[in-house]
Design a protein around this ligand. Structure first.
Ligand code: SF4
Length: 425
């Protein structure tokens, strides 16, 4: 394999990695977020051997091997290919952008086992070449209707299992709209293809290419889009509240699972390796990747769960109330060339602010620059790196006009304290 063809932007893959401040970033899309312990070992070993030993778990439940040099990249791909972890081509890899309920097949509260549905959807996206024209960020989601579902996760085309009388159907959601069509589980792949082809066709005739399904809805409306794709069973289904974040021990049936997170989704290869060992020894031999940046270890009894949480200690996150979950931070220095601040290190220091602990609802975004990659939404406070200092945006996005400028770390901490005290009064 020759040198990688690089893309600029935010949707890298393994075959089209992204150049970053610490080398190539190689993103692996793991089907359904389900990874066997042996494969997790292989990825951890590859990250140590060919990268800098760091692995990100992204907000779309993908694993990203960091710090790969151009000369090591072909060896990394060869190693991972031998174990079935690499797609046949970059187009197939890019379109396989499907998020699934992380406990698929093992969650007693689920309405059905969605694993075959997810596989069929991915197979269709890969095999139907015209679908490869979808934009890089265009995503699909399959929710099994059980606890720890994916409500609230950003997507373009979502399939949410619901009960309709004795039948289990899928509600087809376009982005986060309430209007849905209802289909049977075996219609999911056809329906996804029909909607996506409608998107592609309309986009090709539009003055400006469309990026997300919301652009198409603004252009032609939800009902017209469903009709164009041959879907007519419309109903209104309120959007469910976001799920609780699955950190810590959660009993399921005879056993349960433990959700463990690394701050800002930044894992070391060694810690992934250790988690895979525990999954093989005490669990079902699998790890489940989640968009909450938690890795789930299923099949643990209460004793094994306690041992894992103790072993994880304070370095890792095992409680949904952990203040580090109230902070988003982009990779920053040295991982991103646009950054002049050490976002992760600084964000960990800000996590000790008392007002961020507990259910205050306040959130902090520490961004290396005004692009705001780690969190495009408005946030209570956004610290935006500039020339080694921070500007502070209040209730806005990283690109909004700051309230305060040029803060060093101590001044930023003081400003956050004042702000959060004011907000909570
Ligand atoms: S927000 Fe800026 S510094 Fe952070 S990852 Fe994106 S481009 Fe890099």
């Amino acid at each position: 394999m020759n040198a990688p063809s690089l893309v600029k932007g935010w949707c890298p893959g393994a075959l089209r990695p992204m150049e970053s401040g610490d080398g190539l970033l190689v993103r692996l899309r793991i089907t359904g977020g389900i990874i066997s312990a042996p494969k997790a070992h292989i990825i951890a070993k590859a990250a140590m051997q060919h990268g800098n030993g760091l692995i990100d778990l992204s907000g779309r439940a993908n694993l990203q091997i960091r710090g790969v040099s151009a000369s090591q990249w072909p060896h990394l791909i060869a190693d991972l290919s031998r174990h079935g972890l690499i797609d046949h081509d970059a187009e197939a890899e890019s379109v396989r952008n499907v998020m699934a309920s992380p406990l698929a097949g093992i969650n007693p509260s689920a309405l059905l086992d969605i694993r075959p549905v997810v596989k069929a959807l991915e197979a269709r996206l890969v095999s139907e070449a015209p679908l490869h024209a979808l934009p890089g960020k265009f995503g699909f989601l399959v929710d099994d209707g059980g606890l720890f579902g994916l409500c609230g996760q950003s997507t373009d085309i979502g399939f949410e299992a619901i009960k309709s009388g004795d039948e289990t159907l899928f509600a087809v959601r376009l982005g986060n709209t309430e209007t849905v069509a209802l289909i049977t589980p075996d219609q999911v792949a056809d329906c996804a293809a029909a909607l996506a082809l409608t998107f592609i066709k309309t986009s090709s005739k539009s003055d400006k290419p469309l990026k997300r399904i919301k652009d198409l809805i603004s252009l032609i409306g939800t009902e017209a889009l469903l009709q164009k794709a041959g879907l007519s069973r419309l109903t209104n289904l309120p959007i469910k509240p976001a799920s609780i974040q699955p950190f810590g021990f959660h009993p399921l049936d005879q056993t349960g699972f433990v959700g463990i997170g690394a701050p800002f989704g930044r894992w070391s290869a060694n810690s992934l390796d250790a988690l895979a060992d525990i999954a093989a020894k005490d669990g079902t031999g699998e790890l489940r990747l989640t968009p909450w940046r938690a890795i789930l270890v299923p099949g643990l009894d209460a004793k094994a769960a306690k041992a894992l949480i103790e072993k994880a200690g304070r370095e890792f996150i095992s409680q949904a109330s952990d203040p580090r979950l109230a902070i988003s931070a982009c990779p920053g220095m040295p991982a991103c060339r646009n950054a002049s601040v050490k976002t992760h290190e600084d964000a960990l220091a800000f996590a000790t602010l008392p007002s961020l602990a507990g259910p205050s609802g306040m959130r902090l975004h520490v961004s290396g620059c005004e692009k705001g990659c780690a969190n495009p939404a408005a946030t209570t406070a956004v610290l935006v790196g500039k020339n080694g200092l921070y500007d502070l945006v209040v209730n806005g996005k990283a690109s909004d006009t700051p309230h305060l400028f040029g803060l060093d770390k101590a001044a930023a901490e003081a400003a956050l304290n004042d702000l959060f005290k004011g907000v909570s009064r």
